[in-house]
Design a protein around this ligand. Sequence first.
Ligand code: AQP
Length: 339
Amino acid sequence: MNKPQNRVFSGVQPTGNLHLGNYLGAIRNFVGLQDTHECIYCVVDLHAITAWQDPKELAANTREVAAAYIAAGIDPEKHIIFNQSKVSAHAELAWILNCVARVGWLSRMTQFKDKAGKDREAASVGLYDYPVLMAADILVYRATHVPVGEDQKQHLELSRDIAQKFNNDFAVNGGADFFPLPEPLIMGPATRVMSLRDGTKKMSKSDPSNWSRITLKDTADDIAAKIRKAQTDPDPLPETVEGLEGRAGADNLVGIYAALAGIAKAEVLKEFGGKQFGVFKPALAELAVARLSPITGEMKRMMENDQGYIDATLEKGAERARAIADPVYKRVREIVGFI
Ligand code: AQP
């Protein structure tokens, strides 16, 4: 079985409130990899249900992430867009990898600790096992590269550990080197976009405050209002990147500007260093609207008028995904000794 050299896999959960962090930390980077890699982009609905989802909303949110992929510029003819639950090999491989991964490894995952919070006993088993399913998502395509935001780095390291242990455990039956160790691609100046309300907290879908995030459904007015209200401090912007230290809110906005403009933070400060937020925030709002509104407009159009196209794209993508995943899973069955 040939080993792919340049295969990208990544996904986004259809849990609603798709935001600027998901766009800058993940989706925009997905778009940029299309010329150099074979890309597989998934709407990870199996991951979404690790916390209860309203079934009707789950369906709508699944279409919405697919629409975001397409509107952002992923070409579903050249690459693959599909939703995870349509390809059963993800869940089947996850079971085998559950038997490879160690409880001690999963117990160290900080995302589970954060999401389960104080009432860990009440968290779903799926939430605990999430990183093993994520390893299966990647390995079932023998993907070599995984573009993610910084928050997923630990899960990626776990995927590598699981791949390595599988290869070692089953070296006796042709498994040595079977899975490539996937490389994380954590790219650009916005690998961790922070909440607009609290520059020390990650921008996230589940933050109860809608003011904490810019979503891909926001209008130009929403975006401008949220940036205007974003947490900052009374000082003008510094002249250098070092001057952003200890100023989380300012650092976050400068990082967002840099990512949207496609320049380094230092260049943003060359233009805005010494200026007040009263000057910087309207410039940031204008840039954000210019970059996001073509995408949000196209998403809206697809969601209102073209759901048939979204569904057909996911179906066709799943067929193509199965054509890659099923033979890999078949080989895994042989390596493990299933008849
Ligand atoms: N704030 C962020 N900055 C940069 N990248 C981010 N990502 C998420 N938040 C940020 C990246 O987006 C991709 C998809 O994320 P996900 O949908 O799988 O789930 P998540 O990381 O759990 O997203 P949220 O918004 O943070 O949801 P909740 O509130 O449920 O925790 C990933 O590549 C992720 O790194």
